[in-house]
Write a protein that binds this ligand. Structure first.
Ligand SMILES: Cc1cc2nc3c(=O)[nH]c(=O)nc-3n(C[C@H](O)[C@H](O)[C@H](O)COP(=O)(O)OP(=O)(O)OC[C@H]3O[C@@H](n4cnc5c(N)ncnc54)[C@H](O)[C@@H]3O)c2cc1C
Length: 235
């Protein structure tokens, strides 16, 4: 059970050092932190990140680690609009060398086996999938299990597009960019007709999107146990 495996990691709080941040799209920023040798995670997991340089009301929030454990950095990408929350303002204030606390990373959202994987991202929900695909790449496994990434973004911003396109050059990796829920449903119909319950379906994004896509999959006779969810509450 990942809960019991994760307990000691949740209680262990460590400081991580900020390197830099940059704008990833109109409403998303990426933040890079140094990765000490003993910090590790399974691609797809999330950490709990606590602001320490200033006092704010809710200093602790969960974020998926968008980098793979094989990369030498902790990468977060956050949706930040025109009116950022206190937390996100504090993130934008970080200067190189400043620190925040990290607990984890933890969680059961990661590839579970070598069966065909259907990754379904809603907007900012692409973050755990970047990590998962980068890890497959670094392990030389991009030619292994079939992986379909269905990436829905109504604003067509498509974070990490260049990297995803490069990975899609491998025959077993398919990336489909979508901008409407109807198109996403159509693609799910196609992919689920191919893989049925031999595949695993990973859904990440805003809570409402994860819930409705999970229900849609179940209506397509995909068993609950083959659907793994990463619901980003707060969107
Ligand atoms: C497992 C997991 C993984 C996640 N991974 C990611 C990830 O990779 N990337 C990501 O971005 N999120 C991720 N999230 C969601 C994340 O934890 C936050 O809930 C989310 O980013 C919203 O944070 P916020 O500070 O903007 O939200 P809130 O504080 O809830 O604010 C919501 C909105 O209210 C408005 N608002 C709030 N405070 C103010 C203020 N003082 N002034 C003006 N407007 C205000 C803003 O428009 C803000 O966007 C994840 C969540 C989970 C559970």
């Amino acid at each position: 059970m990942s809960f019991f495996r994760d307990l000691p990691k949740i209680f262990k709080k460590r400081e991580i050092t900020f390197i830099e941040s940059y704008k990833e799209s109109d409403d998303a920023y990426t933040f890079l932190f140094e990765k000490e040798k003993d910090v590790t995670w399974i691609a797809g997991q999330h950490g709990l990140f606590r602001i320490m340089h200033t006092k704010i009301k809710n200093p602790l929030k969960p974020f998926s680690v968008a980098s793979a454990p094989s990369e030498n950095v902790i990468r977060l990408t956050m949706g930040i609009g025109k009116e950022p929350s206190e937390y996100k303002k504090a993130m934008l204030e970080l200067k190189p060398g400043m620190k925040i606390y990290l607990s984890g990373p933890v969680g059961g959202f990661h590839l579970h086996d070598n069966s065909p994987a259907v990754l379904i991202a809603g907007g900012i929900g692409i973050t755990p999938f970047r990590s998962i695909l980068k890890q497959l790449e670094s392990e030389g496994k991009l030619n292994g299990q079939p992986v379909h990434l269905l990436y829905l973004d109504s604003k067509k911003s498509y974070l990490y597009k260049d990297e995803l396109d490069a990975m899609a050059n491998h025959p077993s990796i398919q990336v489909t960019y979508l901008s409407s829920r109807e198109d996403l449903h159509q693609e799910i119909d196609k992919v689920s007709a191919i893989h049925k319950n031999d595949g695993k379906y990973y859904v990440a994004g805003p809570q409402s999107m994860v819930k409705s896509i999970s229900e849609y999959l179940q209506n397509k006779q995909i068993s609950k146990r083959n659907i793994k969810k990463d619901a980003f509450f707060g969107y």
